[in-house]
Design a protein around this ligand. Structure first.
Ligand code: ASP
Ligand code: MG
Length: 418
């Protein structure tokens, strides 16, 4: 008998029919002899709809406390309905809000981290042989204030709860049937991965593979929670996320990710003095501009050029900040370029295989595409390129690293998250 946490995302419980299908799926798992805890997100676009509603009421920024009060209602609808759906087909279910399930968080609204879990009620209900339904995305501070864990936070609820109750497995049910070697909408022959390591998944999630929330992957790695990502619409075997994932013979890259809407800013002629870079990036950080790849060239004649990439949505803001601090820092000029994309290859096998980056650069240059900026980690190489040829580049890399397959056809629709 296994103890399983099953997490269903918003589109999996998007309407009454889907909710009933999830109920059936959960009951099947229970009848196989497992003990089941189910974490659910708000139905369909409920969270977005609630945000829109608040915008119709408030001009400017609404109170973050009241936003959490509002958004947590979405998950509360889901748990009640799912519990009823299970009961109505003969299962014994009970629903709990995040706070009833003992999810404690730091005192931050909108993006709180979990600080502690006291799952007594969950464990008691399991002892009474019940199916336990828990609201994702929500918790409570030590002072009894309601908080949320940030968009997509239900994954984190599921993983954290799985760790706290020492579950054997945490199943993430979504609208695609696993993690793919790349976006199957770009590359038809993308392969569904059998396994992926926590570190690789973390890189992929941070690069925008929307199938798992990065914080949930971090949590899973830290607590060694076995994860599987699978479809709520099919019975196909999903993708296992674990510490050590087996690499197929001869393959060093696990997946290829791409990130659109990247811009690059260059600051020319920054005087060579201690603290100049700190001033520039400190000013950007103070206004929450998220800087990605930073490249600092050598010093010539007492001056250096620095460039960095960022999301295009932050470009205007960054330029305003830079123009403001220009007199103080004393650089000569600011240049920017938008319409760029970031393509990344990820794979734990890279560490011990020289020449991976060279293969990547060669595949890109064969398409006549020039590489604007490069950044690497132990298990990732990212290139910034101009956007028109993105799909061709991803396809070429997929082939160059031996990832094409004809076996698996992609099943699923658009991703659950933005
Ligand atoms: N309902 C929340 C959101 O849409 C949490 C989640 O889906 O994980 O972000
Ligand atoms: Mg959602």
């Amino acid at each position: 008998m296994s103890l399983i946490v099953m997490k269903f995302g918003g589109s999996s419980v998007g309407d009454a029919e889907r909710m009933k299908r999830v109920a059936k799926r959960v009951l099947e798992r229970k009848q196989e002899g497992n003990r089941c805890v189910v974490v659910v997100s708000a139905m369909g676009d409920t969270t977005d709809d609630l945000i829109d509603l608040s915008k119709q009421i408030v001009v400017g920024t609404p109170s973050t406390r009241e936003m959490d009060m509002l958004l947590t209602t979405g998950e509360q609808i889901s748990i009640a309905l799912l519990s009823m759906a299970i009961q109505s087909i003969g299962g014994d279910a009970v629903s709990f809000t995040g706070w009833q399930a003992g999810m404690r968080t730091e005192a931050v609204h909108g993006k709180a981290r979990i600080t502690d879990i006291q799952p007594k009620r969950v464990l008691d209900a399991l002892d009474q042989d019940k199916i336990v339904i828990v609201a994702g995305f929500q918790g409570m501070t030590d002072d009894g204030e309601i908080t949320t864990l940030g968009r997509g936070g239900s994954d984190t609820t599921a993983v954290a709860l799985a760790a706290a109750i020492k579950a054997d497995l945490c199943e993430i049910y979504t609208d695609v049937d696993g993690v793919y070697s790349t976006d199957p909408r770009i590359v038809k022959v993308a392969r569904k991965l059998k396994e992926v390591s926590y570190d690789e998944m973390l890189e992929l999630a941070n690069l925008g593979a929307a199938v798992l929330h990065p914080r949930a992957v971090e949590y899973a790695k830290h607590n060694q929670v076995q994860l599987v990502v699978r479809s709520s619409f099919t019975y196909n075997e999903g993708t296992h996320v674990k510490e050590e994932a087996v690499m197929e013979q001869g393959i060093v890259v696990r997946g290829i990710a791409s990130d659109k809407n990247v811009s690059r800013v260059s600051i020319l002629g920054v005087p060579e003095k201690p603290g100049q870079l700190a001033k520039v990036f400190g000013a950007l950080a103070a206004e929450k501009v998220d800087v990605d790849i930073i490249v600092q060239g050598g010093v010539r004649g007492g001056e250096a050029d620095t460039s960095f990439t960022l999301a295009s949505s932050d470009l205007e803001k960054a330029l305003v900040i830079l123009r403001r601090i220009q007199p103080e820092v004393g650089f000569n000029d600011i240049q920017s370029q938008s319409g760029l994309v970031k393509v990344s290859i990820v794979g734990a096998g890279m560490v011990s295989n020289p020449g991976v980056a060279a293969t990547m650069f060669a595949a890109i240059s064969e398409l006549g595409v020039s590489i604007n900026t490069v950044s690497t980690s132990e298990i990732r190489v990212s290139c910034i390129i101009e956007s028109e040829k993105l799909a061709d580049v991803v396809r070429a890399l997929h082939t160059a690293f031996g990832l094409d397959t004809t076996e698996q056809a992609f099943v699923g629709g658009p991703s659950e998250r933005r």
